[in-house]
Design a protein around this ligand. Structure first.
Ligand SMILES: NC(=O)c1ccc[n+]([C@@H]2O[C@H](COP(=O)([O-])OP(=O)(O)OC[C@H]3O[C@@H](n4cnc5c(N)ncnc54)[C@H](O)[C@@H]3O)[C@@H](O)[C@H]2O)c1
Length: 396
């Protein structure tokens, strides 16, 4: 992080060397976030330097080098983790790799920005959390929907008691990326690499939002299903957006496409969470409606700059106001100077990157941490158990 000699040269003062493991969709977002960070955040002691990217598909890693200016591409993530010029590592590879890579990053004494869900189940997440705590490195987890400025306003209003005590709430993450039966059998659809399917893909974001906004989850009862049983086999490195032909060989989808959860928070609010990756006609229909004894607020990710709030002195016929996200709401002011200017998905990752690096600078973990990931993973273990048993379950 400061000027010193390394095996391969001099690390300049004012820079922090970063590496990205996994050069797929999220790898691009992490790389772009590091590259853009100095455009938006000017008060950090150093700017990120893109040292290395690792992906077993060399063409994907080389594409990252060409686009973002990484100094090196590796096919083995171990070479990246061992690189003395790298101080902070992003893990954006499939879920099955999170445990081994995350633990190795922490044990190498490097700070960890890791994608959700952090492993296949809470056993993996706990192992990464233990390594982070044992080594004292900083951790940030890719729960990007917390970073939406309107969601930050929602949290502030709830914490200020504007809604009164929370009574009931609905969270949804409905989308169609897996709705086409010709969509290939990427890593997401296997137990070995994706784990529990839609629970790890989408519901984990919903659980994080429930914990962030409505409180800890005390119990759940859930049901779920797999609606597309077989898919065309995929090439190594294929994303879930690849398509097979009618004559392709097929393999079995091993995890859930859909889940519906009914839960209780420790404070007694009733919450529902619905997540689907096969919701034909719905694209990124992510959002929530949260009710308290005195009001309601609602948010739809497809209109991310808006928060609807009904709160005041009337209980009946209470009107709702639509607020435009504005400076003061989360990181809005990093991107735009006036209310209502839209921000996008990439901006959420810039915010997450800022939380990660600011945390390192201040000696703490910024944004959602590995402990948030572990709490969410334990809730999802309970959801999976409830689907399996058809019973109400209390998370460990
Ligand atoms: N925060 C979010 O909103 C969000 C959205 C999508 C995905 N994700 C998470 O990001 C992670 C990656 O998902 P994605 O959509 O980018 O997947 P993807 O399939 O687009 O990319 C994954 C990449 O990892 C590479 N890879 C496979 N094994 C590897 C290994 N051992 N070492 C290094 N690279 C390896 C693949 O070749 C591929 O290039 C997953 O954990 C997923 O849950 C988070």
């Amino acid at each position: 992080m400061s000027e010193h000699e390394t095996d391969s040269g001099v690390v300049r003062a004012g820079e922090i060397g970063v590496g990205v493991v996994g050069a797929g969709w999220m790898g691009h977002l992490h790389a772009r976030a590091y590259a853009r960070l100095p455009h938006h955040v000017t008060d950090l002691p150093w700017r990120p330097r893109l040292v290395a990217v690792a992906d077993p598909v060399l063409a994907a890693a080389e594409d990252h080098v060409a686009r973002y200016g990484f100094a090196r591409a590796h096919t083995d993530w171990r070479d990246l983790v061992a690189d003395p010029e790298i101080t902070a590592v992003s893990v954006a590879s499939p879920n099955s790799t999170h445990r081994e890579v995350g633990v190795a990053v922490a044990e190498a004494g490097k700070h960890l920005w890791i994608e959700k869900p952090v492993g296949l189940s809470s056993v993996d997440t706990a192992a990464v959390a233990a390594a982070v705590h044992a080594t004292g490195v900083r951790s940030t987890v890719g729960f990007n929907y917390r970073m939406v400025p309107a969601v930050a306003r929602a949290k502030r209003l709830i914490d200020d008691g504007v809604l009164g005590p929370l009574t009931h709430a609905r969270f949804r993450l409905l989308t169609d990326f897996a709705a086409d039966p010709d969509g290939v059998l990427s890593w997401r659809f296997t137990r070995e690499h994706g784990g529990t399917g839609v629970l790890n893909d989408l519901a984990v974001h919903g659980v994080d939002l429930i914990r962030h906004l409505a409180g800890e989850v005390a119990s759940v009862v859930a049901d779920g299903d797999r609606f597309v049983p077989r898919r065309p086999l995929a090439q190594a490195g294929a994303s879930q957006y690849g398509r097979g032909g009618a004559d392709s060989l097929t393999g079995e989808v091993e995890n859930l496409d859909y889940v519906s959860v009914l839960g209780r928070t420790t404070a007694g609010a009733i919450v529902t969470l619905e997540a689907s990756r096969v919701a034909v006609g719905d694209q990124n229909d992510y959002g929530f409606e949260i009710h308290g004894t005195r009001g309601l607020l609602s948010f739809d990710f497809r209109r991310p700059g808006e928060l609807h709030v009904a709160a005041g002195s009337s209980y009946v016929d209470q009107p709702a106001t639509t607020y435009a996200a504005a400076p003061g709401d989360g990181d809005f002011a990093l991107f735009q100077p006036g209310a209502g200017n839209p921000t996008g998905f990439d901006d959420l990752k810039v915010s997450e990157c800022a939380a990660f690096l600011r945390g390192i600078a201040e000696g703490r973990s910024g944004g959602a941490t590995i402990d948030d990931a572990l709490a969410a993973a334990r809730v999802l273990d309970a959801v999976a158990e409830s689907v399996e048993k058809g019973a109400r379950v209390e998370p460990a």
